[in-house]
Design a binder for this molecule. Structure first.
Ligand code: NAG
Ligand code: NAG
Ligand code: NAG
Ligand code: NAG
Ligand code: NAG
Ligand code: NAG
Ligand code: NAG
Ligand code: NAG
Ligand code: NAG
Length: 497
């Protein structure tokens, strides 16, 4: 063992700076050779059994002539540290208001932003239960206009510290006009191609970090969930991953097939009235901060600043029924579900209010549940293995207002094991719900075709047209194993579709 460590040090040429025994021990296995270079991670004493590699480039900086274009693989940059986060991608959120900024800011990234943002972070066990562990690749949400690889609630270090069972990877992908420009002269959905490139990078490199490239799942929430499901339709033959987890976000069946937003923005940015090619080149030369500011200004009109995926029939398809019918979807299992009160997160929020805002009277999931439900039902009809869930938790250290309950995103800290970190300890049900979801997720990543299993050995029945069963997590008044119960989906919880 010892010999191997030393040998790999010599192989990687990283002996320098690791002379004394303690630092050598601390650093062992932390220098990993990848296609982007050799990166040395760290161990943080707050989670001593977790290896962390922060800020590894997976793509070339998408700047200059690469702006708006498909990402390119990062070249070999030589030897570098991976001990600190890199900036997140430019966000186009205007005012920092609403429940996720004012009440529970741990859902948000507040890190520095940059156009040079194609970086990923890897957390892995120091005492892995297997030689090569399964890998969960996290695709963050944020409406394709905000979000990044390391919001406080989305840091998996405590989860891995506790279980030592798996690796979690988080990464940034381009957002807003930078990721979804919609220029007639450029690729429409560069941000989605970033997600693909990250997955390809992990296939090539995760083994060096102790991960199993043949047991990786793509797990996204909200816009990230939409991206994961969209990915399944875009790479039917080469999904790379062996399972998908899609939380609180269905596919969009009404993606536009073209958009004038890019030209509209060009008008305000000093690139007016050009041919599409000249317009693109002009927009690639505008200072990124200026462009970001122009998007923010345009965003005051919800129709103008909304850069989103466009159905180009390459990365995003206009007719998903057609894809399903022709079998043009990755035939790997899917876990998907929604929270019982998604909609509460989108109500007008007043930090000082002591009573529920209008519209919060009856908890509801609205359109988010519809997309998920449609996916479950349609996939099952076409024989694709699908596991459905309803997250029913209502925990006051995550949603500290009584009307929020299981609002959109409130399941994230439960899965990432971060629920008890910011507003006091969690209840016993909350811990048990967290352990159950975590175990289901990891067992699914370990062997998607075997069916998910929780920490008590409880199985999760797949959805069938006849049983119409999904699992309920965190039901405070449920049966003894209160985090898992079959319910008929949709009709009861889907809300108006
Ligand atoms: C270690 O973790 C703590 C708590 O998350 C954090 O505040 C600190 O910055 C981390 N240190 C390093 C070197 O990453
Ligand atoms: C672009 O064309 C419009 C309509 O023809 C015109 O009103 C506008 O002044 C032009 N803008 C520039 C910068 O040339
Ligand atoms: C994509 O396919 C749909 C039909 O499924 C078609 O209406 C649309 O024009 C196509 N879009 C592009 C960009 O090819
Ligand atoms: C799924 O089924 C619904 C009807 O329930 C249909 O409108 C939709 O287009 C189908 N396909 C997909 C992929 O959602
Ligand atoms: C989508 O594809 C299905 C199956 O090929 C077809 O029946 C349906 O008409 C298409 N829908 C649209 C809106 O083109
Ligand atoms: C909430 O109360 C604080 C303290 O009284 C006050 O400063 C703030 O303006 C109030 N915010 C709103 C949105 O009413
Ligand atoms: C959450 O639970 C509290 C009691 O702990 C209850 O008053 C409230 O109605 C619940 N909220 C929702 C949205 O279900
Ligand atoms: C947190 O709560 C759990 C469950 O109620 C309990 O077992 C644990 O001891 C508590 N931890 C702390 C640090 O208070
Ligand atoms: C929670 O459990 C109660 C009691 O068994 C049941 O009536 C209710 O339907 C359950 N809720 C969900 C969302 O399954």
């Amino acid at each position: 063992m010892r010999f191997q460590v030393v040998a790999s040090y010599i192989l990687l040429g990283s002996l320098a700076g690791a002379r004394d025994t303690s630092s050598e021990r601390r650093e062992c296995g932390l220098a990993v050779k990848t296609t982007s270079g050799t990166y040395t991670g760290l161990v943080n004493s707050t989670v001593p059994d977790v290896n962390q590699w922060l800020g590894i480039p997976y793509g070339q900086p998408p700047v200059g002539a690469r702006r708006f274009m498909p990402p390119e693989k990062a070249p070999n940059y030589g030897t570098a540290d991976a001990k600190a986060y890199k900036p997140i991608c430019f966000q186009s959120s205007g005012s920092k208001t609403g429940v996720f900024w004012e009440l529970v800011p741990e859902f948000q990234n507040t890190d520095p932003q940059s156009e040079d943002c194609l970086y990923l972070n890897i957390w892995g066990p120091r005492k892995p239960v297997q030689k090569k562990v399964p890998v969960i690749i996290w695709v963050c949400g944020g409406g394709f206009k905000e979000g990044g690889g390391h919001a406080p609630y989305q840091v998996p270090d405590q989860w891995i510290q506790r279980t030592q069972t798996h690796i979690v990877v988080t990464f940034n992908y381009r957002l807003s006009v930078f990721g979804f420009p919609g220029s007639p002269a450029a690729n429409k959905n560069a941000g989605l191609m970033d997600i693909r490139l990250a997955t390809e990078w992990l296939k090539d490199n995760i083994a060096g970090f102790g991960g199993d490239p043949n047991r990786m799942v793509l797990y996204g929430q909200s816009a990230g969930s939409n991206a994961v499901l969209t990915y399944a339709y875009a790479y039917p033959e080469t999904p790379i991953v062996s399972g998908f987890i899609a939380s609180s976000g269905g596919t969009t069946t009404t993606n536009p097939t073209s958009s004038s937003l890019f030209s509209d923005l060009a008008q305000t940015a000093g690139c007016a009235n050009l041919t599409t090619t000249a317009e693109l080149a002009c927009m690639q030369n505008i200072d990124a901060l200026v462009l970001q500011q122009k998007v923010k200004e345009a965003s005051t009109d919800p129709n103008r600043g909304l850069f989103r995926p466009i159905a180009d029939n390459v990365t995003v398809f206009a007719n998903l029924t057609d894809r399903l019918e022709k079998g043009l979807v990755a035939k790997v299992p899917l876990i998907t579900g929604f929270t019982y009160n998604e909609a509460a997160a989108f109500l007008p929020f007043d930090i000082n209010a002591t009573t529920a805002p209008d519209g919060a009277a009856a908890p509801g999931s609205g359109g988010l549940a519809c997309g998920v439900t449609r996916e479950i039902v349609n996939r099952s009809a076409y024989g694709l293995t699908t596991y459905g869930y309803l997250y029913s938790g209502n925990f006051s250290n995550i949603t500290p207002r009584y009307w929020l309950g299981g609002m959109h995103s409130s399941d994230i800290p439960i899965v990432f094991g971060t629920h008890a970190q910011f507003r006091g300890n969690s209840t016993e049900l909350e811990w048990q719900t967290s352990y159950a979801m975590e175990a289901f997720w990891v067992s699914f990543a370990a062997n998607p075709s075997a069916g998910p299993r929780d920490h008590n050995g409880q199985t999760w029945p797949k959805y069938t047209e006849s049983s119409r069963q999904i699992v309920v997590f965190g039901n405070a008044t449920g049966p003894s194993a209160s985090y898992v119960a079959p319910v008929a989906i949709a009709d009861k919880y889907g809300g108006p579709c």
